[in-house]
Design a binder for this molecule. Structure first.
Ligand SMILES: [Fe+2]
Length: 363
């Protein structure tokens, strides 16, 4: 897979919806596990339902479904094969999942309907689109498992990832999701005039689920130190960080109206989320990116400009062959931009010690 293509698709594991949440493992009859990720607009060829909003285009930024090597997964986490495996941490985390602290967290009360009625004009369209993206993302795991069980009349396309890469990507996606939720929550708590819908008030508890999901993947990684302790691991760690950060930045910069609508500056919001996610990730990944270096943001902004040009070109009436030609330098620019971000001097990091995640920074 080409680097740019990989970067974009990997990054989507978490950031397809505005809340950027995801499902983790979708277990189905023992060995069959689907890592379903986000909105899968491209994978279904069904006719859109009546009244459906515009279907999303299949682009490099479109989220996908992932599958993995189940035999390898079995080898990694079979206590018969891997006698040193410490199951205590997994069991504790699984017990937390079973407890499902947020099971009764959301209660749709009359406040929701009243608030929805008040959202009018362009903001209503923007807000509905974001809600739909997020709902689709959240329900995707369920849908994929279900359709599979039913013999699936829908052809799904799965992107294959080795377990090691699934761990990196999912860890990052859960933690970045946590930082997105909590940042929005704290911002709206401090600026209640922008609290346009009650759902945001629930984010504080809700995002702890994302945090726990991330901790589970952190435990998976710690149980497999060979995925963390060599030069290859450092290269992959940087690659996955970059993929996730770039994808989120480009996606969000295409939807600034939403973030501005709730009183955030999209780029400031994203940089805050990237910096905090990077700090969290540095506790487990052996290397992370120097995201606080001003050059990092400058390069991201250059990618945004190129991406906007690509989108404008795609939407233009330019004849197809000419479009292809005009696209080439833009894609080349994006590839070299991503490469120069990747080659920036990294930050050495990581620890195999168990560190409890205690977010301290208040947005
Ligand atoms: Fe999650």
């Amino acid at each position: 897979m080409a680097a740019a293509m990989s970067a974009a698709s990997v990054g989507n594991v978490k950031v397809g919806g505005f809340l950027g949440s995801s499902r983790g493992f979708q277990a189905n009859r023992g060995r069959n596990i689907v890592f379903s990720r986000k909105i899968m607009a491209s994978a279904t060829k069904e006719a859109p339902r009546k009244g459906a909003k515009e279907a999303m285009k299949d682009t490099l930024l479109t989220p996908r479904f992932y599958t993995t090597d189940f035999d390898e997964m079995e080898q990694l986490f079979n206590t018969e094969i891997n006698k040193k495996l410490n199951m205590e941490e997994f069991e504790a985390l699984v017990a937390e999942f079973k407890a499902d602290y947020n099971q009764t967290h959301f209660v749709r009360n009359p406040e929701f309907k009243a608030a929805a009625d008040k959202i009018t004009g362009p903001m209503r369209k923007i807000f509905v689109e974001f809600l739909e993206r997020s709902c689709t993302a959240e329900s995707q795991g369920f849908c994929s498992t279900r359709s599979w069980e039913e013999g699936s009349r829908v052809t799904r396309k799965y992107t294959f990832f080795k377990p090691q890469f699934i761990f990196y990507a999912t860890y990052l996606s859960e933690k970045i999701g946590y930082w997105r939720y909590i940042t929005i929550y704290r911002h709206l708590k401090a600026n209640p005039d922008y609290q346009l819908y009650p759902i945001f008030k629930y984010f504080e508890n809700w995002c702890q689920d994302e945090n726990r999901h991330g901790d589970f993947f952190s435990a998976l990684l710690k149980a497999q130190p060979q995925f963390l302790n060599d030069w290859k691991a450092k290269l992959w760690a940087r690659f996955f960080c970059l993929s996730v950060y770039v994808t989120m930045y480009l996606n969000d910069c295409q939807r600034t109206a939403f973030y501005e609508g709730i009183g955030l500056d999209t780029k400031d919001f994203d940089m805050h989320v990237i910096i905090e996610t990077n700090k969290t990730t540095a506790r487990i990944f052996p290397a992370v990116l120097d995201v606080e270096n001003p050059a990092f943001k400058e390069k991201l902004d250059e990618l945004v400009v190129l991406n906007q040009k690509l989108i404008a070109l795609g939407d233009s009436t330019t004849p197809a062959p000419l479009k292809t030609l005009q696209r080439l330098p833009l894609i080349a620019g994006m590839v070299s931009g991503i490469l120069s971000l990747y080659l920036m001097t990294p930050v050495e990091s990581g620890s195999l010690d168990c560190v409890d995640f205690e977010p301290q920074v208040v947005y």
